[in-house]
Design a protein around this ligand. Structure first.
Ligand SMILES: [Zn+2]
Length: 314
């Protein structure tokens, strides 16, 4: 695919890294703990990436870098941890918002081991980031460019990262549930597509699973306020779904958030079948395990120009 020069951004020297203009607080409930959590998103210097700071931890290292090689649990959500065993979980919806808003550097101060679930989507985090505003830093924006296809899993459940001129995700889900069922979505995630098409999609679960999780002391903060709950052939939430295909959109949201643990935006095409937090993380580990499969490059403006030249196929 031919690239073309694109100067409408006005940056002849290339795209710059971004951070927040000012710090912005929020409070919410942890999906699994049910505890009230205070969080503060604040600006950070160039090349520092996204880092979590556990303000309630005093006797151990409270810093956790939001990177794929810090992922320590993927069973119910994505959990990262440091060498002192300090953890923070349910980071994926916040990471997706940071990815979608193109925030390269930020510190996430948090006084608990779980990011608040908010409404179960990324939209409240996008709102916070937009309220804080963004500023450019004096450093080039970098991307992880996929140089050759990397596949984890198989045709039944798996994920492939392949070279492409822009970041896109093609996702397929297939649930036995008549409500969730089979659904696909193919979307280029640039130029506000994330905010328009993906950010509002909420996490979902099945009533019978919620009852089991609660019995195990999990999902204690889960409610119809933050989860689409499916019971047989019905959605229990008043008002129903935000999109007819909200379920697959949320799986794309999770995938975007998990893949932002690459430490930079990915320049490549994601093809995923029934992928979840585990497979998303496995894909990054496989990519970075092969030095010939990727390169850290300056984000080309042509990645944006290319995307603008084509209509989204969602
Ligand atoms: Zn999710």
């Amino acid at each position: 695919m031919a690239t073309r020069t694109h100067f409408s951004g006005g940056y002849r020297t290339g795209l710059r890294q971004k951070t927040l203009k000012r710090a912005i607080p929020c409070r919410g409930v942890g999906l699994h703990s049910g505890a009230t959590v205070s969080m503060l998103l604040r600006p950070a210097e160039a090349d520092s990436g996204i880092r979590f700071l556990r303000t309630d931890v005093v006797d151990r290292d409270p810093w956790i870098a939001a990177r794929y090689d810090r992922v320590v649990d993927t069973r119910l959500c994505t959990v990262i941890g440091n060498e002192d065993g300090v953890r923070v979980g349910t980071i994926e919806h916040l990471m997706a918002a940071l990815a979608g808003c193109e925030i390269d550097n930020a510190v996430v101060e948090i006084d608990a081991a779980e990011v608040p679930v908010m409404d179960g989507s990324s939209e409240p985090f996008v709102f916070l980031i937009e309220c804080a505003g963004t500023v450019e830093l004096n450093a080039p924006r970098r991307a992880v460019q996929v140089r050759k296809p990397v596949t984890v899993g198989d045709a039944r459940r798996g994920l492939t990262l392949a070279p492409a001129d822009a970041f896109s995700v093609d996702f397929e889900i297939d649930f036995a549930s008549p409500v969730v069922s089979h659904s696909t979505l193919d979307v280029r995630l640039v130029n506000g597509t994330f905010k328009r098409e993906i950010a509002k999609a909420r996490t979902f679960g099945f009533l019978e699973d919620a009852q089991k999780l609660r019995a195990m002391g999990l999902a204690l903060g889960g409610s119809l306020e933050n989860t689409v709950v499916v019971d047989g052939d019905r959605v229990l939430n008043e008002g129903g779904l935000r999109f007819d295909d909200e379920f697959v959109r949320h799986k794309v949201l999770d995938c975007v958030g998990d893949l932002y643990l690459a430490g930079a935006p990915i320049l490549g095409r994601v093809t995923a079948t029934k992928s979840g937090h585990h497979t998303n993380n496995e894909a990054l580990r496989a990519l970075f395990a092969d030095p010939t499969a990727y390169a850290l490059v300056e984000m080309p403006e042509s990645a944006t120009a290319y995307a603008e030249a084509l209509p989204a196929t969602a």
